[in-house]
Design a protein. Sequence first.
Length: 418
Amino acid sequence: MKHHVKDLKLSKAGKSRIEWAEMDMPVLRRIKEQFKKKKPLKGTKIAACLHVTTETANLMITLKAGGADVTLCASNPLSTQDDVAASLVKDFGISTYAIKGESNKVYYEHLNAALDAKPHITMDDGADLVSILHSKRKKDAANIIGSTEETTTGVIRLKSLAGQGLLKFPVIAVNDAATKHFFDNRYGTGQSTLDGIIRATNRLIAGAVFVVSGYGWCGRGLAMRAKGMGADVIVVEVDPIKALEAVMDGFRVMPIAEAAKLGDMFCTVTGNINVIRKEHFRVMKSGAIVSNSGHFNVELGLDGLRKITKKKREVRPYVIEHTMTNNKRIYVLAEGRLVNLACAEGHPASVMDMSFANQALSATFLVSKAKKLKNEVYKVPENIDREIARVKLMSHGVKIDKLTKEQEVYLASWEMGT
Ligand code: ADE
């Protein structure tokens, strides 16, 4: 079986960690059991471009249990867990292309290797496979029945493609499922981003001025958790409604030019480009720690920082000290790549459980319904979304009420007033 991983000898540790994650993924476990019996993905080739973590491994194993022929490549050069990649190849027979720290060239070689498997479905986290299928490998798009997309940034790219009438196959926006973004983006990013910053720096969050750029679901989660650990949180936003929400959630809100002078720690989660620029780095306090938890490494204007840096050195793994021309020192984590996956292990299994349950069930939806779908971006069907929430609640041992017949009638009527 074809693969490119760091070292197959790492597989033992990887397998044990994959099993550890599985224990906290009850919804996906249940889907795996159903898949084993019904094989809804029999004969389907899936190419997945996802962060190669213990949680992703469990998704790949589930898809394989459903009868799919799976190839996996990394969706970020720094997010791969090498022991997991080794175990996927050695213990689970899944063709994997991923090495932590791979160059951009190798990153794209891996994406192309996944597409060489001639998939029927692609599963993206950031729309890189779909992007190649719409540019360099247009011919291979003919084989695709549909695709799924894991993240906000990817969905934005795909909606832009669909908006221009260029999308060549239907896509399911897994990110937009309620059981994905309300939980993964908020609680997952909130916890794993702080985990990454803490593992990289071992700095105390309590008492630090923590600047969060972006108040989408990821920013909300990060601000909430940083506050919970005792940080003095400042939110930076461009959207007046989100900014107002941040104010009413109790945060200081101000432009980045002002926040730059006050922050001890900065983290971008906007999905946009050059959010912190040269002029902002220049006015930061010496010792400021700067990171990004948005999908692409474009949020920090590192080219600008380089222009005002006179000396650079690695002071700890994934921590680069930039001594600027004004002699102040700035610390950039993980080269501006996703700090939660580069410096820690990404979101915990319990929250990826729901995200990846959406992925697995969306793949079966594509297999059964692709012929009826147009080349558009679709939501995850609501029945799938609600079922995932129901099973997750069940796994927590939480019961909820049902509407009474009278309440159902009331909600469906307009006649009854005061
Ligand atoms: N994205 C964020 N956290 C992740 C994880 N643990 N596995 C896969 N993708 C992720």
